[in-house]
Design a binder for this molecule. Structure first.
Ligand code: ANZ
Ligand code: ZN
Length: 910
């Protein structure tokens, strides 16, 4: 076996491609914008990065070869707390620290043989970028879509900043500092994303069509936006002094109105607040950390009684203050229906363990024996829609949907405005986006606060508001250093010239990433975020690739800002739905092999393990075998793999191929380095093929080896030639189809290419017609090029040299189309079908129709591999085939298959 110096080849071609980058201006008519989610510059690439950039690079290279004008850029999500904290710990300027990390990671990215458009590189912490983030802020501000308001926020007392809900763990601690998070009221900046909620919801339908986005992501976005249609129902509340007041509850289940046993109010509801002084228990509840209690049964009964007018004349419903009722959703008030809501049942069991509850909904076609039951008699609430029971008066017998509609209709006609007994309403779970952070390392909010003029935008000509450089005395301090930099904070008011102060909050980094994909289309524009011309030409992103952990926030914010920019006319002429990412490829995580001690559960380092002769991982110095699991790579589990080491050892191309081959794109990838040699072996076989004396790709002229001549008589081909042509043809179709419409199955591209490589080698090149051999190898090389770019480029160059033809990049060649005409294909495959009896282990199981053998095939004494594969494919597609081979037996594709009598009998041996 020859030893290809993969590492040297990588280096050689990385350099050559950089030199050539400007050499081929694209003349393609159609653009394709392929974008991987940009990285946070932590300083080193991890396997997750390698996976996402491999996928995007392979797609980008494929599209270039397919004739698209491809934009494949990347940049750096460079602001944010981790950089600032790392810088504080080391006493460095975050700008310097970040720039160093970026240059390290950029080098690493290049070692992956990626083909990025580096001329468009951006970094969100660069003033030339963030001046536009500030412009975006002011555009929103001028439209009333960026505003200040008081809000209860999660405050991390150690890092001294506001945290997003997602950054607080289930124990109420900060994800970073570990401090108990406090809820405090602070004046904060918000973006009014709720102004776009209808469009954000509706356009999800477009994204779900044809699988543009994964359903999982769509449903997460739907839930987050959380539109719910229901009704407000009036409740009358009698106070201790017999006065009556009117209030409302929000319900999506008006059909359960006859099952109401109590009313529950949020702790901040006006009625809860009004009774606080007399109820110490309520005070305790209010002062506790309510965020943790929202699911609990906690509650305090209040000194009121309630009724739902038109259901009951008497005030017989107890009223509770309960943390499970959220503020700011609906009316902060709930009608409690223990029999039909899980939380309500739990709550009722706690507070009225013996009082019977009415069953008002029963499953379709089922009649309950008793309509009143004790809370403990029902194992769980019946929460599905169903049929209304006899307890529901004139609504008895109706189905839930009809009854709910009817109840609301009836109640809406009762009572006087503004105190109607009910009204239809919609509620949205989506809240405006809190964008301010009390930290240094982010885009400064371009606002100046003046006592007389209020919040005044920084004038256009003064943008960007640059971050001041931290001086040594600021380093290592907690809190927001901006507040302490007097020369920066104190400025004249742009409107009246009086003394004023800059806003010291900076923006959430999600603001940067909400529009960065727009910047790549016009990265050097100083006047605008991007020009209309470039937007029309290049936006939206055609294929966006990234981790599913961004399924909600980043993608939702980006969709919002894109819609906003379109509404401002910055992105004109969008024919398709106004969506920034037309296709989303969500890739799975990379897991590492993890060893732990079966006795203590302790995670073990690789050097604590030695493989036994039988391949078992023994814990050194003991008789114990380590437990092996696959888990998310992390320092604490000692299961991380450094991609640079791997790339240096095996070459970038084998690493890329391994990543693609090991798992379908959306699934978890179990990183098992030992398997990379499998890819190297495939490369060696491929190399042997290309080095064969009869393979002279360029010399023969690439036109003549693109495909068979339409005038060629395929009947004249030998059976080996015919089967190689058919296999090549099938591979081109399958690989092209995966690349264009089934990217999630990229793993099958590798297996298809391996099969073709083996198919050609198996046919012993000497025996093949030279044209046919060259057609097959030429197609194989081009199809492998996006995956193993440097290796194929090298083989291609060597082949050119051997043929004495000047080399030009393999990426300047076009993607293979079909290698013969459809008439030729039909002739080769033969037409019509014939009956075939299928046997399993020699016993006859069923009979089905299979394609007739081609004329060449009929000449053979033994059926070709291609023929067997074609027959098995047909058989597996039948119902009988599925039943006998997949359900009754476990067909893996490796079983022995015997085809006799031209196909009349097929025997599969398990
Ligand atoms: C009575 C009822 C009976 C309910 C039943 C459900 C089942 P979605 O679909 O998420 O909008 N609810 C209303 N306001 C609430 C608040 N501020 N905090 C917590 N829960 C609240 O949920 C609507 C349902 O959530 C409403 O319908 C209400 O309970 C509860 F068998 O009303 B339902
Ligand atoms: Zn002023």
């Amino acid at each position: 076996m020859s030893h290809v110096p993969f590492h040297d080849i990588d280096k050689k071609w990385q350099l050559r491609w950089t030199e050539d980058a400007s050499a081929h201006p694209s003349t393609a008519a159609q653009k394709s914008y392929v974008l991987p989610m940009f990285a946070y510059p932590s300083g080193s690439l991890h396997m997750g990065h390698v996976r996402v950039y491999t996928i995007s690079d392979v797609i980008a290279r494929f599209r270039r070869m397919s004739g698209f004008d491809v934009l494949h850029p990347t940049g750096w999500d460079a602001f944010g707390l981790p950089a600032e904290n790392a810088a504080i710990e080391r006493g460095l300027d975050p700008a310097v620290w970040t720039a160093e990390n970026i240059s390290k990671m950029k080098e690493q990215l290049k070692t992956m043989n990626t083909s990025f458009d580096w001329h468009a590189e951006i970094s969100t912490c660069d003033p030339s970028f963030y001046r536009h983030t500030q412009r975006l802020f002011l555009m929103l501000f001028n439209r009333g879509l960026a505003y200040q308001a008081n809000a209860l926020v999660n405050w991390d007392p150690v890092d001294q900043t506001v945290l997003a809900n997602e950054q607080v763990d289930s124990n109420g601690r900060s994800w970073r500092s570990g401090a108990i998070v406090q809820q405090i009221n602070l004046r904060q900046w918000f973006f009014r994303i709720t102004a776009f909620q209808e469009a954000l919801l509706k356009d999800l339908d477009f994204l779900s069509k044809g699988g543009r986005w994964p359903e999982r992501v769509i449903s997460q976005q739907k839930n987050w936006i959380g539109k719910s249609s229901g009704a407000r129902i009036r409740i009358d509340v009698k106070h201790a002094d017999d006065t009556i007041s009117h209030h409302y509850v929000f319900t999506t289940r008006a059909d359960t109105i006859f099952g109401v046993k109590y009313v529950a109010l949020s702790l901040n509801h006006e009625l809860s607040q009004a009774s606080k002084t007399g109820l110490p228990a309520l005070q305790v509840l209010t002062e506790g950390d309510t965020s943790k209690e929202s699911g609990s049964k906690a509650g305090v009964e209040l000194p009121y009684k309630a009724r739902i007018p038109s259901v009951s004349a008497e005030y017989n419903l107890p009223v509770f203050a309960a943390p499970y009722v959220l503020d700011g959703y609906g009316d902060g008030a709930v009608m409690g229906v223990p029999a039909h809501d899980t939380r309500d049942l739990e709550f009722w069991r706690q507070h009225r363990p013996t009082e019977e509850i009415p069953l008002v909904i029963q499953p379709l076609g089922y009649t309950a024996k008793r309509l009143y039951v004790a809370p403990d008699e029902v194992p769980e609430a019946f929460t599905e829609p169903g049929t209304l029971t006899e307890l529901c008066g004139k609504y008895a017998g109706l189905d839930s949907t009809t009854a709910a509609r009817q109840v609301v209709e009836d109640l809406s006609s009762q009572g006087e405005d503004p105190h109607k007994h009910a009204a239809l309403v919609e509620n949205w779970r989506l809240r405006d986006w809190l964008v301010s952070r009390q930290r240094y390392w982010g885009t400064p909010i371009p606002i100046i606060h003046c006592k007389d003029c209020g919040a005044v935008p920084v004038p256009e000509q003064d943008l960007p508001v640059e971050l001041p450089v931290l001086d040594a005395s600021m380093k290592g301090q907690r809190g927001n250093p901006l507040e302490k930099i007097e020369d920066w904070v104190n400025v004249p008011c742009p409107t009246c010239g009086g003394p004023a102060k800059r806003e010291t909050d900076t923006m959430d980094t999600f603001v940067d990433s909400s529009w960065y994909y727009g910047r790549f289309v016009d990265p050097h524009n100083t006047e605008e975020l991007f020009s209309k011309g470039s937007a029309v030409k290049l936006l939206p992103v055609d294929t966006y690739i990234g981790g599913v952990e961004h399924a909600i926030l980043h993608l939702l914010y980006a969709r919002f800002i894109y819609k906003f920019l379109c509404s401002e006319g910055l992105i004109p002429g969008q024919e398709r739905a106004i969506e920034p990412f037309q296709q989303l490829i969500a890739q799975g995580m990379v897991h590492g092999k993890t060893f732990s001690d079966p006795n203590s559960g302790r995670f073990l380092r690789p050097h604590e393990i030695t493989e036994s002769d039988s391949g078992r991982p023994m814990i050194n110095g003991t008789e114990d075998v380590a437990n092996v699991t696959w888990e998310k790579m992390s320092k604490s589990k000692h299961n991380g793999v450094d991609p640079s080491i791997c790339i240096r050892k095996y070459g970038a191309d084998a690493t890329r191929a391994h990543i693609l081959f090991t798992a379908p794109v959306s699934e978890i990838l179990q990183w098992d380095e030992e398997k990379i040699v499998g890819m190297q072996r495939w490369f060696h076989r491929l190399e042997k093929l290309v080095h064969h004396p009869s393979i002279l790709l360029s010399a023969l002229g690439s036109n003549s080896i693109e495909r068979l001549d339409p005038a060629d008589d395929v009947q004249a081909l030998s059976s080996e030639d015919a089967s190689v042509v058919l296999l090549t043809h099938a591979t081109v179709q399958s690989v092209t189809n995966t690349f264009t419409s089934d990217i999630y199955s990229l793993n099958t591209v590798i297996s298809d290419l391996i099969k073709l490589t083996n198919g050609i080698s198996g046919a012993t090149l000497e025996g093949l017609n030279q044209r046919v051999a060259n057609i097959a190898v030429y197609a194989l090389m081009r199809m492998t090029a996006p995956i193993a770019p440097a290796f194929i480029e090298e083989l291609w160059e060597q082949n050119c040299l051997r043929g004495d033809v000047p080399h030009k990049s393999i990426f300047s060649l076009t993607w293979p189309a079909s290698v013969m005409t459809s008439a030729q294909e039909e002739e080769l495959k033969g037409s019509g079908t014939m009956p075939c009896t299928v046997q399993i282990n020699g016993r006859k199981r069923f009979t089905t129709q299979i394609p007739r053998p081609s004329p060449q095939e009929s000449k053979r004494t033994k059926p070709s591999k291609a023929r067997i594969t074609a027959v098995m494919d047909t058989v597996l597609k039948t119902e009988d085939g599925q039943h006998w081979l997949r359900h009754k037996n476990n067909w893996t594709g490796e079983q022995r298959v015997i085809l006799v009598a031209g196909g009349k009998i097929l025997n599969v041996v398990f």
